[in-house]
Design a protein around this ligand. Structure first.
Ligand SMILES: NC(=O)c1ccc[n+]([C@@H]2O[C@H](COP(=O)([O-])OP(=O)(O)OC[C@H]3O[C@@H](n4cnc5c(N)ncnc54)[C@H](OP(=O)(O)O)[C@@H]3O)[C@@H](O)[C@H]2O)c1
Length: 295
């Protein structure tokens, strides 16, 4: 069996894809810029490569069957990378976003969505058999956003408490990705993935509170104050993108699909489940997970 090449293998989704492919008995080759720091299971063939240096991918692509493509690099080398993928691999599963979904949350200006759309066009033009997976808001975003506030106190100060999203557990994104990487019948498909329920941001905060056994208050911030308070640490385009998306969705439930269940045969995990499984990340005495620092 040809190995599956997993890019982004040390990231939130890719690491889970590696685990789930191994569990399914699929040989895995993992791409990382720093093999020594990858911390992947021993059964994984870890290969050095950098998406910004297309020729560095040749060793990783040699003999690969399918590729899981995660793009967090600058866009310049995407055409050369996709061309290399097309000349080595039989198929690609690309981690994109729901930018084609006609819900206001997904239709706001979003540089990442533009990049995703560009890469999808390159994949289509390269003639690669492909499956596009389009998760909405990752559940673990809130670990990065609110982890420190909840570890340090009992209040989350945040804008648009009433904005509803349907956070998806990264393990469910990975379950779909792994399935479509090793099972037949998914080429040419396009899957929008969400969590199972629409929850306001304020509700998500209280669900985390329930998971850690503390009452966490939501304090509404105006977009202007949020912008000012994140000015030092957050890239302005990310802040703009989030504020526009939350603002546009006020008064509407989040877009919810049952695609996780359709593809893998079991329902998507609830946010409550995610919060329970990640309670340590929010507990006052909890370990500070690495992803809090790297998102
Ligand atoms: N957050 C959300 O709500 C959301 C929603 C929809 C879609 N997405 C998309 O999901 C993707 C991010 O997935 P994630 O959160 O799992 O990633 P992540 O945790 O941010 O990890 C980034 C991964 O990319 C790898 N990487 C970064 N630069 C690289 C380069 N130049 N060459 C090779 N590998 C490189 C890193 O590997 P090494 O450091 O080991 O090299 C790491 O494994 C993005 O495309 C994002 O737009 C996110």
């Amino acid at each position: 069996m040809h190995p599956v090449l997993v890019t982004g293998a040390t990231g939130r989704v890719g690491r889970e894809v590696v685990t789930q492919l191994l569990t399914a008995g699929v040989p895995v080759r993992a791409l990382t810029r720093r093999p020594d720091a990858a911390g992947l299971p021993a059964a994984v063939e870890v290969v050095a490569g950098d998406l910004t240096v297309p020729e560095s991918l040749d060793a990783a692509l040699r003999g690969a069957g399918a590729v899981f493509l995660v793009w967090t690099a600058p866009p310049a080398t995407a055409p050369a990378v996709v061309e290399r993928l097309a000349s080595h691999a039989r198929r690609v599963v690309f981690l994109s976003s729901p930018h084609r979904t006609p819900h206001p949350f997904f239709q706001q200006p979003n540089p990442m969505a533009v990049l995703h759309a560009d890469i999808e066009r390159l994949i289509a033009a390269g003639g690669l058999a492909s499956t596009i997976i389009r998760p909405g808001m990752f559940a673990s975003n809130v670990q990065f956003w609110w982890g420190q506030m909840i570890r340090n106190g009992d209040v989350v100060r945040w804008p648009y408490g009433a904005a509803e999203t349907a956070p998806i557990d990264e393990r469910d994104i990975a379950a779909v990705a792994a399935r479509v990487l090793y099972a037949d019948g998914h080429a040419g498909r396009d899957y929008v993935l969400t969590g199972p329920e629409s929850l306001s941001q304020a509700e998500q905060v209280s669900i985390i509170g329930a998971a850690i056994g503390r009452r966490i208050r939501f304090e509404e911030l105006s977009p202007e104050v949020f912008r000012r308070e994140t000015a030092d640490g957050w890239p302005a385009p990310v802040v703009d993108m989030l504020l526009a998306a939350w603002g546009a969705t006020i008064g509407r439930p989040a877009f919810v699909t049952c695609t996780v269940s359709d593809v893998v045969g079991s329902p998507a995990r609830t946010f409550r489940q995610w919060a329970t499984d990640h309670a340590d990340a929010f507990a006052k005495t909890g370990r500070v997970p690495e992803s809090d620092e790297t998102e």
